[in-house]
Design a protein around this ligand. Structure first.
Ligand SMILES: Cc1cc2nc3c(=O)[nH]c(=O)nc-3n(C[C@H](O)[C@H](O)[C@H](O)COP(=O)(O)OP(=O)(O)OC[C@H]3O[C@@H](n4cnc5c(N)ncnc54)[C@H](O)[C@@H]3O)c2cc1C
Length: 562
């Protein structure tokens, strides 16, 4: 049995890979400010894809009255213990309010008080009705004159030659079609990577995770394969969540000022610090000390706030509201048990991702990155992803004449990739399925690279074992087969995750200190070390990951130098 794919070639000015928050906003910016032809290739359907479909209820990054973009940058620098790019942070912080205003114009509901001011949550957040965010964005994109959207198209490889991008290749997950998208410039906005580590929930519930399971690190993997420089993969993100439902805790912590308490009722959050990673660390520690489970103290909250809380979760994570109702005890009658999730790689919350210049161009000429796939700029969230889409788009418009047209030798390479798809579809009786190898990968990462079962801790010996085992799985993944286009996507998703795992392990190994508790809890080096006040970057060269230590960027504008 074999499938011969139809090979379609689509030419455009700008290709956007991933039609999520950053990708859609980049397309709108290109459309508003230029006549360039834009193609979005999206593996799902832009109407309900990516993080925005996973449930948002606030603009987490907003400059509220009395605060400045510089205040926001200071907060993010402190939270990440200095390992950020100030130039990137400032450039998004200056745009948070403007992109939010644009979304409101498109129809996003932002909650207002009786005086017509936005309802704030803490010092940096404003409340929204998030359930329509993605459909509103998608509707505006669909109206864009020069924008063509290809839904259900999974991109697997960039077309790169001489460190310059010419487009990307992928396939439809519904029809037997391979797509070769040729473009002068490309924006990668495929989000972060979920599913690398064994998750909280077992069996069929295992995809009930904090980050969208469909964001598999494809953008990272394509960049790594093509030789792009990456940064800070060792700064993993572990979310503190409501146990089992994996619903967000911020709404409770900030919304009703609930404290983190242990099973003895002691408030423990101040004993460990209150940065994002320390809140997770404190919870892990209390459990290790035998004082678990840990909770957010909601009992005895007033009934008005309780009603708001039930509504907020119904809007954003309905399973949590259902859990309260099902248990017969509302949040004012029981505290909410909390737990850490498995680690993710996500540049919207931490600093991991592409190493970019201030205009979000990666180290590959003509390839830009926006949103969670982009490194150096943590705590940027939804408004930061919109802002990065805008920054990348505006830079492309200003430089479009500098970008090159495709060369024949690059097109030849793309035919090889299409043949690879057909070979996977042709081969039969593989020893393992992608799902089985995925489970093995998650177990390796959990046990040897600091997953939930080791309290996020690891040592160098374990990391070396993790690397060896992931390399074995990479070899096994070369022999997978697929009986249809959907299974072909699973094969590539697994391969992407494996490559990201390999990079994460290398980064964890080469930051020989513990800079962020839980996020990189290195038992061989349990303290912070001054010589590691630098970025740990990496680049794939001759089939090997090369580690590059870079000095902290102090300039207001950063350009790639080497
Ligand atoms: C559960 C959850 C709740 C959140 N809540 C909030 C909140 O309340 N407030 C806030 O400010 N921020 C919140 N965030 C963060 C915020 O939503 C994200 O940082 C932001 O939306 C990321 O945008 P993005 O464009 O980088 O990724 P996404 O919006 O996830 O877009 C990535 C897109 O790429 C597509 N894709 C992936 N791989 C491929 C491929 N190989 N080929 C083609 N397409 C591909 C995906 O399908 C997806 O559409 C939340 C995040 C999560 C996960």
């Amino acid at each position: 049995m074999g499938i011969k794919l139809r090979h379609e070639i689509i030419s455009t000015d700008v290709l956007i890979i991933g039609g999520g928050t950053a990708g859609c906003y980049a397309a709108l910016t290109l459309c508003k400010n230029s006549k360039l032809k834009v193609v979005i290739a999206e593996k799902a359907n832009i109407k309900r894809s990516g993080c925005l479909a996973a449930g948002v209820n606030a603009i987490n990054a907003y400059i509220v009255e009395g605060r400045t973009p510089e205040d926001y940058v200071d907060y993010a620098i402190k939270d990440a213990n200095g390992i950020v790019r100030k130039d990137l942070l400032l450039s998004v912080a200056k745009r948070f309010n403007e992109v939010t205003a644009q979304m409101e114009k498109l129809g996003l509901v932002i909650l207002k008080d009786t005086d017509g001011n936005y309802v704030t949550r803490g010092n940096r957040n404003i409340k929204i009705n998030g359930e329509n965010f993605k459909p509103i964005l998608a509707k505006a994109v669909r109206k864009g004159k020069n924008i063509e959207v290809f839904n259900n198209v999974n991109i697997t490889d960039f077309m790169v030659n001489d460190n310059t991008i010419y487009g990307a290749i992928g396939f439809s997950i519904r029809e037997e079609i391979a797509y070769e998208f040729r473009a002068k410039a490309v924006i990668v906005s495929t989000g972060g990577a979920a599913g690398l580590y064994k998750p909280n929930n077992p069996g069929t519930s295992r995809h009930k995770m904090w980050y969208p399971p469909f964001n598999t690190g494809a953008g990272y993997a394509m960049g790594i394969k093509a030789g792009a420089e990456m940064t800070s993969f060792e700064m993993r993100f572990i979310a503190l969540r409501c146990k089992d439902t994996i619903a967000p805790t911020g709404t409770i912590a900030q919304g009703v000022q609930a404290k983190q308490i242990n099973s003895l009722g002691e408030v423990y959050e101040n004993n460990y610090g209150i940065t994002t990673s320390e809140r997770v660390y404190g919870t892990v520690k209390e459990n290790q000390l035998g004082k678990g489970p840990c909770y957010l103290q909601t009992s005895a909250m007033d009934k008005v706030k309780e009603k708001d809380l039930l509504k907020a979760y119904l809007n954003m994570a309905p399973s949590q509201t259902l859990k309260w109702i099902e248990s017969g005890k509302l949040p004012s009658e029981q505290d909410v048990e909390i737990t850490g999730t498995e680690p993710y790689i996500v540049g919207g919350h931490t600093a991991s991702g592409y190493w970019v210049n201030t205009n979000r161009e990666t180290t590959i000429h003509g390839l830009y990155a926006g949103g969670d796939v982009t490194g150096g700029c943590p705590q940027k969230y939804v408004s930061g992803a919109l802002a990065e889409g805008e920054i990348a788009a505006l830079d492309i418009i200003s430089k479009i004449s500098e970008f090159a047209e495709i060369k024949e030798n690059v097109a030849k390479e793309s035919r090889k990739i299409v043949k690879e798809y057909e070979d996977i579809l042709k081969s039969a009786n593989a020893l393992f399925t992608a799902e089985e190898l995925e489970e093995a990968m998650q177990k390796v990462m959990d046990e040897y690279a600091g997953g939930i079962s080791t309290n996020y801790q690891f040592n160098e010996k374990q990391l070396m074992l993790a690397e060896e085992k992931i390399d074995n799985l990479i070899q096994l993944s070369k022999n997978l087969s697929a009986s249809d286009m959907h299974e072909l996507m699973f094969v590539y998703e697994l391969r992407e995750r494996l490559l990201v795992c390999k990079s994460v392990i290398a980064h964890l190994y080469h930051r020989k200190e513990t800079r962020w508790h839980s996020f990189n809890e290195n038992l061989d080096y349990p303290q912070q070390r001054d010589e590691y006040f630098c970025y740990v970057n990496s680049k794939f060269e001759n089939d090997k990951l090369k580690i590059i230590y870079r000095d902290i960027v102090k300039e207001a504008v950063y350009e790639h130098k080497n």
